[in-house]
Design a protein around this ligand. Structure first.
Ligand code: FAD
Length: 387
């Protein structure tokens, strides 16, 4: 049994940003994560950092220079391709250094992890948080350990355990699944697909199907083969996820009348296939203010990746929550501090809830139009309007 003032559950971009900003202001915080180590899981593809959210949070965390050293402004290039493989829209990245530069999600996480003075408590999967009254909670971890906290920050992502204290909401299937695959050393080994992808993101969307290919650092291209399918499409097709050849055949059948170059994103994989059904929380997802606990990032507002905002919002949430706690930080007297924490959560949730509802509505509309019968026309109209 141990005790901590502020416990952040989850070492994703949101929880780490929050912890970093708090520690820079001398506020003690402990971060717990279910993974066994920082490298236990692939950290995913590339993220573009938006000025008002991700970039704002990086500056609040005093990590701008570390980000700028790795950021890829050219990664903002956005290209739309028709189902035959012809480029129908191509936006060059802004030349003036403004905009939303890209960074690998893994690199971003490393910057945040390296910035924390005290290490993350890896191998701590929260099982449940037990209210003790007066805003305090006892945290029960699956390995049997417990700790008590004055404030529990649920930064534990899509399937948050902390969320159960605040709402009954569970993520629902969006109707769309991404099968993730990838190309290594693409310029040398897959020059035609590297050329089609460009420096940033390539999308080809039509008739409830599509490809999204994104250049990452180190010559890697991450590919999402998207389909509007039942959540259990693998099971219905009697597919064994480990049987790469069978998955490839099933995917090729679904893209039978697409251009041969685009089908290369399926056949030329260097990584195999990972099935990723996409989930979202109901919109709006709100909760009654509850002393001693709050949420940030996906735990609060899981939305489809078609917002392009999930990690950005998680980081801004983390920075805003930390700032609210800094602003309301009371004296060392126990009761004053407890009151300060409560005021801070109230102030933070007033900003968080409306902001995330607006973004989540946009994400729901985005995925609906990207995977519709007429998504080729819709995506072209969207590109023309926004780039
Ligand atoms: C295909 C795809 C593409 C995306 N592209 C973009 C993009 O371009 N731009 C963008 O901004 N966003 C994008 N996103 C969204 C983005 O990845 C998420 O919104 C973001 O990672 C959320 O950050 P988070 O810190 O809230 O949670 P997470 O990153 O999910 O981190 C949660 C952490 O909590 C830990 N955890 C989970 N459960 C427990 C537990 N019970 N106990 C302890 N620890 C726990 C996990 O191990 C994890 O480390 C994309 C998402 C997907 C699926």
């Amino acid at each position: 049994m141990t005790s901590t003032r502020i416990a952040v559950i989850g070492a994703g971009p949101g929880g780490l940003t929050c912890a970093r900003v708090l520690r820079r202001h001398g506020i003690d915080v402990t971060v717990y994560d279910a993974d066994d180590s920082a490298t236990a899981r692939d950290q995913g593809g590339t993220l573009d950092m938006h000025p008002d959210t991700g970039q704002y949070a990086l500056r609040a965390a005093e990590l701008w220079d570390e980000f700028a050293a790795l950021a890829r402004p050219e990664g903002e290039q956005m290209r739309l391709v028709d189902r035959a493989g012809r480029v129908v829209f191509d936006s060059a990245p802004p030349q003036d250094g403004e905009g939303n530069p890209e960074i690998d999600r893994g690199q971003l996480r490393t910057i945040l992890l390296d910035s924390l003075a005290a290490p993350v408590r890896w191998g701590h999967k929260l099982e449940r948080a037990e209210p003790l009254g007066d805003g305090r909670h006892r945290l029960h971890f699956t390995h049997g350990g417990t700790t008590e906290a004055d404030l529990v920050i649920g930064a534990d992502g899509a399937w948050s355990r902390v969320r159960r204290l605040l709402s009954d909401a569970v993520p629902g299937y969006t109707g769309v699944t991404f099968v993730e695959t990838g190309l290594d050393d693409a310029d040398t080994r897959h020059p035609e697909l590297a050329g089609l992808t460009g420096d940033g993101t390539m999308m080809a969307l039509d008739d409830n199907h599509g490809f999204v290919a994104q250049r990452n650092s180190g010559g890697h291209i991450r590919v999402y083969v998207g389909m509007r399918v039942p959540e259990d499409w693998y099971g219905r097709a009697a597919l064994d996820p480990a049987d790469t050849a069978a998955v490839r055949t099933a995917l090729l059948e679904r893209f039978a009348d697409w251009g041969e170059t685009l089908r290369g994103y399926i056949t030329d994989t260097d990584t195999g296939y990972v099935n990723r059904p996409l989930y979202a929380l109901p919109v709006p997802h709100t909760w009654e203010h509850t002393p001693g606990v709050t949420l940030l990032g996906d735990a609060a507002h899981l939305m489809s990746p078609f917002s392009g905002m999930g990690a950005n919002l998680a980081m801004r949430d983390g920075a805003d929550l930390a700032q609210a706690l800094i602003d309301h930080h009371g004296s060392d007297r126990h009761d004053r501090d407890r009151h300060g924490i409560d005021e801070a959560i109230t102030a933070y949730e007033k900003i968080l809830l409306p902001r995330s509802v607006e973004a989540a509505q946009g994400a729901a509309e985005g995925i609906a139009s990207a995977f519709a019968p007429d998504s080729a026309a819709q995506s072209l109209a969207h590109m023309a309007a926004h780039h």
